[in-house]
Design a protein around this ligand. Structure first.
Ligand SMILES: NC(=O)C1=CN([C@@H]2O[C@H](COP(=O)(O)OP(=O)(O)OC[C@H]3O[C@@H](n4cnc5c(N)ncnc54)[C@H](OP(=O)(O)O)[C@@H]3O)[C@@H](O)[C@H]2O)C=CC1
Ligand SMILES: C[C@H](CCC(=O)O)[C@H]1CC[C@H]2[C@@H]3C(=O)C[C@@H]4C[C@H](O)CC[C@]4(C)[C@H]3CC[C@]12C
Length: 292
């Protein structure tokens, strides 16, 4: 708690005129981050797949007072697209101050179904595209002494059931970015890396996927979005949000891991039957919660 507590000197003026990319900004936490940044007077570049939604987000950002707002649409399943987004920032602004990596590809909340291809695709979207964007953005971020913000989850520190593919991608983010942070410190690279460990947040997609199965109440996406920007601007190593729940879980993970696991399972409604494993060479997937 001591190490991850932010100094209380955040000022929204810190973001005025800053050039910020927000991925996964057509809905949920990413959309709310775009609105906060716009209100603070930042230049924002938002990205996701759905152009119609991004257009609306950009319009709203302009109304809220963004220094400028634009979007690029496409899928992060393709690392070439991830690099293209960063190049768009370079061509438009000639530099970059903050890279907020937030998007996730669709997964399911259920027993692991044995589909290895799904995990490969999810790793491309949720992990490899984050690495590709970081590599492309690094020269600009070194120049501006900027910030990389990586949005992860308690599922990337203390996994629960029914989210094996998703959880794997979030653990990968911690391994990569926490190692890279060490290297930046050793080499005096003044680019901060903030890993955001989030509990359950009330976004439409998360609620649709798990509200029937989770006993804990979700935290508000607007406040969560503000905390992410704040911790990135303050160059914190990690954000734990909501702090009570996440800090409690991480403390228990060290002190009483078996008890924590029991607690996690007790907060999730048990599903009736395990999903049949895919036969070799097939990809028998359970219906996703949204499709049912
Ligand atoms: N909500 C929660 O309870 C929690 C969320 N988090 C993390 O917070 C972050 C945001 O979550 P949340 O706001 O709930 O998510 P949402 O589902 O609301 O938003 C996901 C965003 O990613 C975009 N996206 C989806 N697929 C792709 C793709 N293939 N390529 C590019 N963009 C894509 C979506 O837009 P489009 O479909 O238009 O492409 C959307 O803008 C994630 O990293 C998540 O892991 C962590 C813990 C809990
Ligand atoms: C299954 C959701 C993604 C599916 C989709 O594309 O719609 C997950 C997105 C966020 C996950 C939640 C999260 O990260 C916090 C908790 C982590 C625990 O280990 C499991 C419960 C979570 C609420 C988790 C549930 C799945 C998601 C909603």
């Amino acid at each position: 708690v001591y190490f991850y507590s932010a100094p209380e000197n955040f000022n929204e003026e810190m973001l005025r005129g800053k050039r910020v990319i927000v991925t996964g900004a057509s809905s949920g936490i990413g959309e709310q981050m775009a609105y906060h940044l716009a209100r603070m007077g930042a230049h924002v570049l938002v990205t996701a797949r759905t152009e119609a939604k991004l257009q609306k987000v950009v319009e709203r950002c302009r109304e809220l007072g963004a220094a400028s707002a634009r979007f690029v649409s496409g899928s992060m399943e393709d690392t070439a697209f991830a690099e293209e987004v960063v190049k768009e920032a370079e061509n438009t602004w000639g530099g970059l101050d903050m890279l907020i990596l937030n998007h996730i590809g669709h997964s399911y909340f259920n027993y692991f179904d044995g589909d290895v291809d799904h995990i490969r695709k999810l790793l491309e979207t949720n992990f490899l595209s984050y690495v590709a964007m970081t590599v492309t953005a690094l020269p600009m971020l070194k120049e501006s002494e900027g910030n990389i913000v990586v949005v992860s989850s308690v599922a990337g520190k203390a996994p629960g059931p029914f989210a094996a593919p998703y959880s794997a991608t979030k653990f990968a983010l911690d391994g990569f970015f926490s190692s890279l942070r060490h290297e930046f410190i050793i080499e005096n690279v003044n680019v901060s890396i903030t890993l955001c460990i989030l509990g359950y947040i009330d976004t439409d997609n998360a609620m649709q996927a798990v509200s029937h199965a989770i006993k804990v109440a979700p935290s508000p996406k607007e406040e969560c979005a503000l905390e992410i920007i704040r911790s990135g601007a303050l160059r914190q190593h990690e954000l734990h949000y909501p702090p009570g729940i996440v800090n409690g879980m991480l403390l228990l993970r060290g002190l009483a891991p078996g008890f924590l696991d029991t607690l996690i399972r007790s907060n999730i409604v048990r599903f009736g039957q395990p999903v049949p494993q895919a036969a070799p060479g097939t990809s028998a997937q359970p219906p996703s919660v949204r499709e049912r």
